[in-house]
Design a protein around this ligand. Structure first.
Ligand code: NAP
Length: 270
């Protein structure tokens, strides 16, 4: 039940019906007994500016952005934090005193999800070079990874990520570059329900390497099934989705929400 004083936040996407964020935030609102609501808002790219500018006037505390708005929304922010600037995408807005602050919590979400399993790891292979890959590469660089190799179907997009620490390999070499990796991350949409399969041969990958896929529909995409079957430790992508939501919820509703197994089960089956 919400009152006339309810705190309001939501997610803007196009489409947005696939988003798990409303269920996730409503779960935390209920768990914490907060008078608030989190609503899905379908906004086309043409209407994004009008929609964002209306948010402070409507009393919204904040917003998450999903496909395809994470880059375009930056134009409409009054300020953008350093992480979001480096990644070049905003997924969280915090609205206070009429001002819109943009942040990116995808890098944080990715890192929190894998951190407990990263001890001693320093060499990563990242598949993909889209928005999520930029967040993952930022997180790995900040975490002190010594060697990150990015491979992507469109080579130029991978090249745009290159730094002193980030090397680039052609997509055709994705199976052979696994030899030195102690972390493999899939950030492409391949393997997602309804998308093409991710064709990759894992035989060169050390058996101790951690494998994670940020696709969480299905929870165990073929890459993780294949890696698990040959004995590699694996981490699914649902945790990234949950952790990336924590800073926004705390900023909007004033409580740092807990990430629990019950929440995971609720999102999967609830
Ligand atoms: P994006 O910017 O559109 O990037 C898509 C990536 O997939 C690009 O690297 C693209 O390569 C690659 N790709 C697509 N189709 C391909 C194909 N047929 N063959 C080879 N590569 C292909 O999307 P994004 O925002 O980075 O998101 C990527 C995935 O991560 C999505 O499935 C999304 O749902 C998921 N995601 C999960 C979380 C989470 O919290 N777990 C957070 C963010 C995103 P090209 O550059 O060559 O097109």
């Amino acid at each position: 039940m919400i009152s006339g004083k309810a705190k309001i936040a939501g997610v803007i996407g196009w489409p947005v019906s696939h988003s798990l964020s409303p269920r996730l935030h409503q779960y935390w609102l209920r768990e914490n007994g907060i008078d608030g609501a989190y609503v899905p808002l379908v906004v086309t790219p043409d209407n994004l500016g009008d929609a964002i500018r209306a948010l402070p006037k409507l009393g919204f505390r904040g917003i998450n952005l999903t496909i395809p708005h994470k880059e375009a929304v930056m134009t409409f922010c009054d300020e953008i934090d350093a992480t979001a600037k480096k990644i070049g995408a905003v997924n969280t807005l915090i609205i206070e005193n009429g001002r819109i602050a943009g942040a990116n919590t995808d890098a944080y979400g990715f890192m929190e999800n894998v951190r407990p399993r990263l001890q001693g790891k320093a060499k990563a292979v990242v598949l993909g070079a889209g928005g999520a890959a930029r967040a993952v590469c930022h997180a790995l660089t900040e975490a002190g990874f010594k060697e990150i190799v990015v491979t992507n179907r469109t080579l130029e997009k991978a090249q745009s990520l290159a730094t002193e620490k980030i090397a680039v390999a052609p997509w055709e070499e994705r199976s052979t570059i696994l030899e030195r990796a102690d972390l493999l991350v899939n950030t492409t949409s391949l393997g997602m329900t309804g998308k093409e399969a991710l064709e990759i041969d894992l035989s060169a990958l050390p058996k101790t390497a951690l494998v994670t896929d940020i696709v969480y529909k299905p929870l165990m995409p073929p890459l993780l099934e294949k890696a698990k079957a040959r004995g590699n430790p694996v981490v699914d992508g649902l945790g990234m989705l949950i952790y990336q939501a924590v800073p926004g919820f705390e900023a909007w509703f004033g409580v740092r929400p807990a990430v629990t197994e019950e929440l995971r089960q609720y999102l999967l089956h609830g």
